[in-house]
Design a protein around this ligand. Structure first.
Ligand code: PLP
Length: 372
C-alpha cells in the first residue's frame, strides 16, 4: 500500500512505539496512586508534558492532556462559555473549521450562544477586513484553525489573535495539523493538538492554556490535571505523545525540507489538467487537494485500492456528504466530487509518491476516454 492520507492520521514513529512499550507491559501502575510505582508513572507523564510543551514552544501557559483534540476543542469552547464575563456571549469562527469546532459551536448556539460563522475567500483564507467588521464587545472567543485539514490552507493566526484581543475576546486555535510541522503562533490563549497527527498514538490530545484563561472543567471526577480534566491518564499514551513531540521538534527542518521536495515532485508527476483547491502559497505543502474536470474521484479510489488517499468530496466522517470546506471555497457539487486529497510526510518516499501520482493521472485519463 502507498499511504497518502497523512491528514487523517500519521504512521506511528518506531521511536514512539519503543518508548511506549514498557508502559503498556510492565509499568502499569496508576499514575495518580501514591505508591512508588505510581510516582514513577506520574514522573513519566510530567516528562512527556514538558516534551510536548517544548515542541509547542508557547510561553505563559501549560498543557493538559485530553483523550483527543476533539475533546480539547469541546472543552475549550464549552468551558470558556461557562466562565464568560457578563455581556460576552458571542463566538466567531470560520466555515472551514473542523467538525469538532463547528458542531460544538452549533451545540452552544442551541443553548443560547450567539454564533457567527464567517465565510472564506475562494483561496480558503479569511478576509481580515470582514473579520474586523464582525468584532465587537460581545465577542467572547474567536476560534480559527492554523492549517486546514482538508485543503492545507493556513490562516494568519497571530493577526487574528491580536485583533480578537483588541476586542477583548479570547482566541482558540486548532493547531492539530500545524503542530510539529511549523511554528505555532504564540498569540492564542488556547491551543488544541493531537498526538496521532505527529506520528504518535491515537487516543491522546492536549489543550495548551494561557495562565489565567483556563476553561471551566468539562469532565468531572477525580480532579486530575490540576482539577481541570478528571480521568486517569494513560502513561503509555502520554509517553508516546511526548516522544512524538520530541522527535518532531528535533526533525522539524528535515521534515519540512522533505515535504517541500515531495510537493514539487507530486505536482510535476501529476502533470497538466489538475487544479489545486485552495491557496497554493499560504498552505502546508504536505497536503495536496486537487480536482480534475469530469473525474469521478470515488471511481479513482475504487480503481486504485492499494493507494490510500481521501476523497475531497466526502467529509471526515466518510458519510459521503459534500465537504463543507470545498463548498466554502465556492466549489459546486461536481467539482467537489472530482476532488481528491493526497497527504504525505516524513515516511513517504519520493519514488512511491511519484508512482502513485503517475497512476492517478493515468486512471483519470482513462476515465476521460471511457466517458468521451
Ligand atoms: N482538528 C483538526 C484540524 C483535525 O484534522 C482533527 C483530526 O482529524 C481534529 C481536530 C480532531 O483530532 P482528534 O482525532 O485528536 O480528535
Amino acid at each position: 500500500m502507498i499511504y497518502l492520507d497523512y491528514q487523517a492520521t500519521t504512521p506511528v514513529a518506531p521511536q514512539v512505539a519503543e518508548a511506549m512499550q514498557p508502559w503498556i507491559e510492565d509499568k502499569f501502575a496508576n499514575p495518580h496512586s501514591p505508591s512508588r510505582w505510581g510516582h514513577e508513572s506520574a514522573a513519566a507523564i510530567e516528562v512527556a508534558r514538558k516534551q510536548v510543551e517544548k515542541a509547542l514552544g508557547l510561553k505563559g501557559g501549560s498543557v493538559a492532556f485530553t483523550g483527543s483534540a476533539t475533546e480539547a476543542l469541546n472543552w475549550a469552547l464549552k468551558g470558556t462559555v461557562e466562565k464568560a464575563p457578563k455581556g460576552r456571549n458571542r463566538i466567531v469562527t470560520l466555515a472551514t473549521e473542523h467538525a469538532a469546532v463547528l458542531d460544538t459551536c452549533e451545540w452552544l448556539a442551541a443553548q443560547g450562544v450567539d454564533l457567527t460563522v464567517l465565510p472564506v475567500g475562494a483561496n480558503g483564507r479569511l478576509d481580515l477586513d470582514l473579520f474586523a467588521r464582525e468584532l465587537d464587545d460581545r465577542v467572547l472567543v474567536v476560534a480559527v484553525m492554523m492549517v486546514n485539514n482538508e485543503i492545507g490552507v493556513t490562516q494568519p493566526i497571530s493577526e487574528i489573535a491580536r485583533m480578537a484581543h483588541e476586542a477583548g475576546a479570547l482566541m482558540l486555535c486548532d493547531a492539530v495539523q500545524a503542530f510539529g510541522r511549523m511554528e505555532v503562533s504564540n498569540e492564542p490563549d488556547l491551543v488544541a493538538i493531537s498526538a496521532h497527527k505527529i506520528h504518535g498514538p491515537k487516543g491522546v490530545g492536549a489543550l495548551w492554556m494561557r495562565k489565567g484563561q483556563e476553561p471551566a472543567p468539562f469532565i468531572h471526577g477525580g480532579g486530575q490535571e490540576q482539577g481541570l480534566r478528571s480521568g486517569t491518564l494513560s502513561p503509555a499514551l502520554c509517553v508516546g505523545f511526548g516522544a512524538a513531540a520530541r522527535l518532531a521538534d528535533e526533525r522539524c527542518t528535515r521534515d519540512y525540507d522533505h515535504v517541500q521536495k515531495l510537493w514539487k515532485a507530486a505536482v510535476h508527476a501529476l502533470g497538466p489538467g489538475w487544479t489545486i483547491n485552495g491557496c497554493t502559497e499560504c498552505r502546508y505543502h504536505g497536503n495536496l487537494n486537487i480536482r480534475r474536470d469530469g473525474v469521478d474521484a470515488a471511481r479513482l479510489l475504487a480503481d486504485l485500492r492499494d493507494i490510500a488517499f481521501s476523497l475531497g468530496s466526502a467529509c471526515a466522517s466518510g458519510s459521503g456528504r459534500p465537504s463543507h470546506v470545498l463548498r466554502a471555497l465556492g466549489l459546486d457539487y461536481r467539482e467537489a466530487r472530482s476532488s481528491i486529497r493526497l497527504g504525505f510526510g516524513r515516511y513517504t518516499t519520493q519514488q512511491e509518491l511519484v508512482d502513485a501520482c503517475h497512476r492517478l493521472a493515468r486512471a483519470a485519463r482513462e476515465q476521460e476516454k471511457l466517458d468521451a
